[in-house]
Ligand binder design. Structure first.
Ligand code: AMP
Length: 281
């Protein structure tokens, strides 16, 4: 795996590969990699010729400075995982490289998408996400970018940015990888105790309850039952739980057969904020 720390060296290298007609796949991450990230690398390996992974803990998407400070950064472990997954290129820039002093102010119209759910609870988060993903897209110029369904709202936001900026990149959405007992893999899980990891299973249990009963029960009942599942576990604090349309992310009180829906959840546990989602059929 080749490692680049400066944009110019990376761009120079990728330009040559592009000229050779190689299809470039891109997996942006914040590191603290786990098998969920590696499933994105694997998808990229299958559909493209050269896989570029970036690791950059992006300060502009953290609304809570403590969260930024506590974000795990096990870089040697990350490199070993990427090497084992046959990732071709790792881009590992410093903050000052991605955000020079003269960096222009970033503001993009994301409609309602950065005002609801994650956007409401993490003000500025999606402006920061789009800012860094746009910068990375400009540098890598990928044919296909790979994102996890785990961050469902993020995908909608990136899709909107691609449209707003008329970018050519295609998005490939990779299903959420879970532990055998259902917990969505997340870098933040590393901050949970063994008890916390067990309690966190309640999130996917509540989502699965909704998924399994959506054909037979109405939405208010499903949400009440799912909340009861969450609160049966001491220490979990629900931030939001909603069933919404997949495209607008507007919450719904009724399922219409011609539309697609997703259930979104965010909760706090042991000072760690966890998110998850499941698509409803
Ligand atoms: P992050 O490093 O948390 O910013 O995540 C980088 C990418 O990995 C994002 O596209 C995430 O949606 C994706 N990702 C994180 N966790 C998982 C998972 N459990 N399964 C699949 N993709 C994931």
């Amino acid at each position: 795996m080749e490692i680049f720390v400066t944009p110019s060296a990376l761009q120079h290298h990728l330009a040559t590969l592009h000229q050779q007609g190689k299809k470039i796949g891109f997996v942006p991450t914040m590191g603290a990699l786990h098998e969920g990230h590696i499933s994105l690398i694997n998808s990229a390996k299958i559909t493209t010729n050269i896989v570029v992974c970036s690791i950059f803990v992006n300060p502009t998407q953290f609304n809570d400075p403590k969260d930024l400070e506590k974000y795990p950064r096990p870089i040697e472990h990350d490199k070993a995982l990427l090497t084992a997954a046959n990732c071709d290129i790792l881009f590992l820039p410093e903050v000052a490289v991605m955000y020079p002093n003269n960096d222009p102010h970033w503001a993009i119209d994301l409609g309602n998408l950065d005002k609801i759910w994650e956007g409401k609870h993490r003000p500025g988060h999606f402006q920061g996400v789009t800012q860094i993903v746009y910068k990375l897209f400009q540098l890598v110029n990928p044919d296909i970018a790979f994102f996890g369904q785990k961050d469902f709202q993020q995908i909608m936001v990136i899709q909107r940015m691609i449209k707003e900026k008329a970018l050519k990149v295609k998005l490939n959405i990779v299903p959420t990888l879970r532990s055998v007992d259902g917990l969505a893999l997340s870098s933040r899980n590393a901050r949970l105790s063994a008890t916390g990891l067990h309690k966190a299973l309640t999130l996917s249990k509540a989502l699965r309850h909704i998924q399994q009963h959506v054909q037979t029960k109405d939405i208010p009942t499903l949400l009440t039952e799912a909340r009861a599942i969450i609160y049966s576990e001491e220490g979990l604090e629900l931030e939001y739980l909603t069933i919404c349309e997949t495209t607008t992310l507007e919450s719904t009180t009724k399922i219409h057969t011609e539309k697609d829906y997703v259930v979104l959840i965010a909760a706090w546990l042991e000072g760690v904020r966890l998110i998850d989602n499941m698509l409803l059929q």
